[in-house]
Each structure stands twice: as C-alpha cells, then as structure tokens.
Design a protein around this ligand. Structure first.
Ligand code: FES
Length: 110
C-alpha cells in the first residue's frame, strides 16, 4: 500500500509553483521588471533581466552586491556583511535576498 500523495500546490506550465508579483530592478539609470521565480535571489533576477549589477563572493560575505529595497521585503539567506542599521534602512545583499511576497523594487543606485 502506498501513502497518499502530498497535496500538490497550484503550479505553472513548467511545474513551478505560481508566484504573483514581480521584481523591478533600478540599475544603470533604467528600470527593468522581471516576473518572480521561486527561490530566486534579487541578483539572479537582475541577471535574468539582462543586467550586470556588481557582485563578488555570492556568499553573503563581501557586500559588493548591496542594494536597497524601496518596495516590498526580502529575506537574506546569509548576511555576514551588512550592519543592523543598514538592514533597517532597507539594504540587502542581493546575492542572498529572496523576495518574501508580491512586488519588490530593488535600487542599486541609491
Ligand atoms: S556578492 Fe558578496 S555579499 Fe553578495
């Protein structure tokens, strides 16, 4: 006898859970918006949008990828670079920050 399958979350055509919202990236004096993907960091979203924002370690250690959220919230997997007051001001490590929900705007120029 097999166990009942776990409930299947609503999914998109590629089998990924559907996410509402998008990510707007302010970089190089223009705004680029991409749809959200599950678990994707802000840096990955920016790259998928064809942008080349700064980064180095991609491990949450150096702070090179730092930018400020001006709309929405995100959770950093690792933060070994930003001080508490910077986080309170909305700064995130884009290589580690995954949007929490809905729409977010991240500003590399602030
Ligand atoms: S690239 Fe080093 S903290 Fe993000």
């Amino acid at each position: 006898m097999t166990a009942d399958p776990a409930p299947t979350p609503q999914s998109g055509s590629a089998g990924q859970p559907l996410l509402t919202g998008d990510v707007t990236i302010l970089f190089d004096r223009k705004a680029t918006t991409v749809s959200r993907r599950p678990g994707e960091t802000l840096l990955e979203s920016a790259r998928r949008g064809g942008l080349t924002p700064p980064f180095s370690c991609e491990a949450g250690n150096c702070g090179t990828c730092m930018a400020r959220l001006t709309v929405g919230t995100a959770t950093m997997r690792v933060n070994d670079a930003l001080m508490d007051d910077e986080v309170a001001d909305g700064y995130v490590l884009t290589c580690q920050a995954v949007p929490d929900d809905g729409h977010v705007t991240v500003d590399y120029e602030d």
